[in-house]
Write a protein that binds this ligand. Structure first.
Ligand code: CIR
Length: 284
């Protein structure tokens, strides 16, 4: 993916009270902060100029900025996150998006979490889940069409929070998937790499320009990616996982044509990437 901009949000101390589907212990704040900082450093090292938004104590999950919005080179879409405690996160993000995008559309009905949306060149998959409902998915299809994308509704597999908990786009035609998602047939026509059994959590990776950020907890998945020629960067995800989160959740990424910063001038031009590099309007 050719990307040069990102937005992240500093975790607030309240992140330890973040949502989790099946109970489990609170994450350690210092460990969470370290994992977040390492992810931010990796996004910057991949050549993206990163805006870091301030922490929001009143919204424990606001650090997961992927969920309240979608961003494209030609516009942003404010979503309606499905968890009541996260509903107002899109309003909190809106000013930052309006500063950066001429076109900011807003979902008017239903609910969609950005984690349920996988953008590929051919179509944008919207997973109906515990957070994303059919009404929201239908409404999102109309907004995506305004920005030139074709939405396609699928079902997020049971047992995972979001569609992208179980899959990630690696290049224009390749998706990293769990075995159950591969078997569902929704990605027929794509080249699929299936994560090894027992490493389902490692299916959430983040392709940024020449590098793929991937969980250090998935050594066989890292091997698989290495064998296929991807340059991987393993990152700790122990505390993130306690809140059902992965590496994609912590940022919004896009390509901005007017990017002028030294960071972008110094960024590598997708060298040695397997498959075809994605066009600049396409991202996972
Ligand atoms: C939540 O349950 O909403 C957060 N604790 C985790 C959100 C992870 N986001 C993502 O997968 N896109």
């Amino acid at each position: 993916m050719k990307l040069n901009r990102a937005i992240v949000r500093t975790p607030s101390a309240s992140v330890v009270q973040g949502l989790r589907a099946t109970g489990g212990p609170d994450p350690f704040l210092d460990g969470f902060q370290r994992e977040h900082a390492a992810c931010l450093a990796a996004v910057e090292a991949a050549g993206l100029a990163v805006t870091v938004l301030p922490p929001l104590q009143e919204f424990p999950d606001a650090v997961f900025v992927e969920d309240p919005a979608l961003v494209f080179p030609n516009g942003a879409i404010l979503l309606r996150p499905g968890a009541p405690t996260r509903a107002a996160e899109s309003q909190a993000l809106e000013p930052a998006l309006r500063e950066r995008f001429d076109t900011v559309l807003a979902l008017e009905r239903g609910h969609v979490d950005g984690g349920d949306v996988l953008v590929t060149p051919e179509r944008t998959f919207i997973g109906v889940s515990a957070r994303t409902d059919p009404a929201g998915a239908e409404a999102l299809i109309d907004l995506l069409a305004v920005l030139g994308h074709r939405g396609h509704i699928v079902r997020t597999p049971s047992g995972v929070l979001h569609l992208k908990s179980a899959c990630s786009l690696l290049d224009e035609e390749t998706v990293l998937v769990t075995a159950s998602l591969a078997a569902s047939g929704i990605f027929d026509g794509y080249r699929l790499f299936t994560v090894p059994e027992g490493e389902e959590d490692a299916a959430n990776v983040l392709r940024l320009n020449h590098v793929v950020l991937a969980s250090a907890a998935g050594p066989r998945t890292l091997d698989l990616l290495d064998r296929h020629g991807f340059t991987t960067l393993p990152l700790q995800t122990t505390e993130l996982r306690k809140l059902d989160a992965g590496l994609s959740c912590l940022s919004l990424r896009w390509w901005a044509d007017d990017h002028q910063t030294a960071t972008a001038r110094a960024s590598p031009a997708i060298p040695g990437a397997p498959g075809q590099p994605l066009r600049q309007d396409q991202q996972g």
